[in-house]
Every structure is written in C-alpha cells, then in structure tokens.
Design a protein around this ligand. Structure first.
Ligand SMILES: O=P(O)(O)OC[C@H]1O[C@H](OP(=O)(O)OP(=O)(O)O)[C@H](O)[C@@H]1O
Ligand SMILES: Nc1nc2[nH]cnc2c(=O)[nH]1
Ligand SMILES: [Mg+2]
Length: 165
C-alpha cells in the first residue's frame, strides 16, 4: 500500500510518549483488573510495554513478534514469533492500531487477552479493548525512536531562498 493515504503527521516526543503511557496506565488501573503478565507486540509495543510494566509493577513480560510495515508501506503480515496460550489474564500492548490488520492477527492468536494501545485510528479501534487517544485515519504517527534532533536553518535564511546545506 502506498504512502498517499497519509496526509498529516503527528509527531510524538519522548516526553509526550511517557506522559501518554502513564495516562493509559491510569485508565488501566481504574478498571481494577490485575494482569498475569504483559505481552508486547514488537517492535512498536516494546517501549510502551516497558513503561506500562513499571507503572503496573508487572515483572512477567513476553513478546509476539510481528512485522507488517516497511516504514509507511504496508506489506504482508509476518508472524516471526507467537505465544502458546490463549492470553487469558494477560495484557497485550502495542503502540497503535491503524488498519487493524496486526490487531486482528494477534486477537486470533490470543482471543482472551486484554488488548491496549496508546493511539487508535478509526479502522482499527473496534479491535482494541482500551486506548488512550483517537488519531485520524489519514495521520502518520511519528514515534521518537524513529526520529533524531537535527540542525535547521534560521527562518530568515529560508525566507531569502538560501539553499539548505
Ligand atoms: O493496524 P495496522 O495497520 O496493522 O498497523 C499497526 C501496526 O503497525 C506498526 O507495526 P509495524 O508492522 O510497522 O512494525 P514495528 O512494530 O516493528 O514498527 C505498529 O507498531 C502496529 O503494530
Ligand atoms: N510509526 C507508525 N507506524 C505505523 N504503522 C501503521 N500505522 C503507523 C503510524 O501511523 N505510525
Ligand atoms: Mg508494530
């Protein structure tokens, strides 16, 4: 699938990610359900899962390893590592749901797990049990682990049409 479906960008800083995961955890705690352990959907779910594990004081952590995108290009879904139970009592964590293709595959493997993501786009949202924030279907979420700080020219040079080095 091409990158044309993304018309907007939402850039998430490390600070915002941390705040958003803590807010997600407040919501999870309010449900008064305790979890046997956390399953992170790699790779995007790894850092959120580590932060959730810290807030919920969970020490048992497993992974489901799935690849679906090469940057913005959605390809065939590859399950590189599964799990040998139905997810009963476990908390599944991913960074986001977009089309819901990954979530559907994970739900088929772990029908009894509780599935939470930080961000959810409309097509995928019905597949998660809990998410913190809705994001437009046409928005590409830029995560801090995919970015770096870099120099930009002062506005005035850019106005005068000086070429960027
Ligand atoms: O709802 P979908 O359309 O299936 O998209 C959501 C999935 O896409 C991203 O993973 P990706 O396949 O890019 O791998 P990554 O987690 O290793 O970045 C993201 O982390 C979700 O797992
Ligand atoms: N980083 C990132 N990965 C995705 N995979 C599917 N949708 C997205 C998105 O909006 N951002
Ligand atoms: Mg992923």
């Amino acid at each position: 699938m091409s990158t044309e479906r993304y018309q907007a960008h939402l850039t998430i800083s490390w600070d915002r990610l941390h705040r958003d995961v803590r807010a997600l955890c407040h919501g999870l705690l309010a449900r008064q359900t305790s979890f046997k352990g956390i399953i992170a959907i790699t790779r995007g779910g790894l850092i959120p899962a580590a932060l959730v594990a810290r807030e919920l004081d969970v020490r048992l952590i497993d992974t489901i390893c799935i690849k679906s995108y090469d940057h913005m290009d959605q390809g065939g879904l590859q399950v590189l590592k599964g799990i040998d139970h139905d997810g009963d009592g476990w908390l599944l964590i991913d960074d986001l749901v977009d089309t819901g293709k990954t979530a559907r595959a994970v739900r088929d493997m772990l029908p009894r797990a509780f599935f939470a993501t930080i961000y959810a786009k409309p097509e995928g949202k019905p597949l998660v049990d809990y998410c913190l924030e809705d994001v437009g279907q046409d928005t590409w979420i830029q995560f801090p682990w995919d970015m770096g700080l870099s120099y930009i020219e002062p506005l005035v040079s850019r106005q005068h049409g000086e070429p960027e080095s």
